[in-house]
Design a protein around this ligand. Structure first.
Ligand code: KPL
Length: 311
């Protein structure tokens, strides 16, 4: 696809699987710069992207977040949810005050924290079913071509979905992105902690009676908490999570991958966020509390505690 002049230069912050995959794909439509953690990085990254069995190579311009030239006007944040705020802060004054930001984090909570800390930025969030994993620092596998839903959190008015579509990705603009984030959250609070605790693939949750019983208990509590917080869905969390577990049966969830690699997980923005909602609305969630404590015991202590998550 030919690059047009329609789109401004795009910065992608975060060189994990999602950041690399999105940066590589958007190059079909716009000029893209990859921003990595602070440091002196080689001026470009030779990246291999594997998709549908074919490998393509592309060259990405890259900078450390502390050396990138200013100003940054259009930024896609692809870090893990737990690193989102600190990563944005590491860009310091390089981000234009009224920049258009697109937040691609899992879970809920980190998005509102960014909105609070960058009140002048125009901020949108995405909920995506795209799947990617990194096999080496310069190799990414685009495992599942999904749909990316994008909606404004404050005054975000850039046509991110149009840019994604122009680059050949399936994307749409939605009215209420918070509802879509909550819809994904109710899947993640069932699948992620259980697969991480039992070291199993997503699909195994449906095959083992004791795990299905856990899913059921977590689902009932999640339904009650999200209903008390004002979210309405056409099916139960158990039904939704079961459908996703079936369609991603051979996936290792992101939390299982983190636990296996000894990395910090996104637990605080997944189960932790649900527990915070439960506390605010006075709804009991003992099963979520139990899995939260068990995963916490498995993973490294957080480098910092975010105190300003808001539902
Ligand atoms: O979002 C996911 C994750 O692993 O974080 C699911 C949908 C559970 C797919 O693995």
């Amino acid at each position: 696809m030919a690059k047009t002049n329609q789109w401004p230069g795009i910065h992608v912050l975060g060189a994990g699987s999602m950041g690399l995959m999105i940066a590589a794909r958007l190059q079909a439509a716009a000029s893209v710069v990859l921003l990595r953690r602070p440091g002196n990085w080689p001026a470009s990254l030779q990246l291999q992207v594997q998709r549908n069995g074919a490998t393509t190579r592309c060259r990405l311009t890259q900078y450390g977040s502390d050396t990138a030239p200013a100003p940054i006007s259009h930024l896609i944040l692809c870090t893990k949810s737990i690193d989102a705020l600190a990563a944005l802060e590491s860009l310091d004054s390089r981000v234009a005050d009224d920049a258009q930001l697109l937040l691609m984090q899992n879970g809920m909570g980190s998005q509102e924290a960014v909105v609070q800390h960058f009140p002048r930025a125009r901020i949108a969030a995405a909920s995506t079913t795209e799947g990617a994993y990194r096999t080496a620092p310069d190799r990414v596998v685009h495992a599942a071509c999904g749909l990316t839903r994008i909606g404004s959190l404050n005054r975000g008015d850039f046509d991110w979905a149009g840019l994604f579509r122009d680059a050949g990705m399936e994307a749409g603009t939605v009215e209420d992105i918070r509802w879509h984030l909550a819809d994904k959250l109710r899947v993640n609070v069932l699948i992620n902690p259980l697969t991480a605790l039992h070291g199993c693939l997503n699909g195994e949750l449906l095959d083992r009676a004791e795990l299905l019983a856990d899913m059921q208990a977590l689902g009932q509590e999640a339904d009650a908490v999200l209903a008390a917080a004002g979210f309405r869905f056409g099916n139960t969390a158990l039904e939704q999570a079961s459908a996703v577990a079936r369609s991603t049966a051979n996936n290792r969830s992101s939390m299982l991958q983190d636990v296996t690699a000894g990395r910090r997980t996104e637990l605080d923005d997944i189960t932790g966020f649900l527990l915070e909602l439960a506390r605010r609305h006075g709804v009991p969630a003992p099963t979520h509390q139990a899995v939260y404590s068990r995963i916490q015991a498995l993973t490294p202590a957080p480098a910092h505690h975010r105190t300003d998550a808001a539902p």
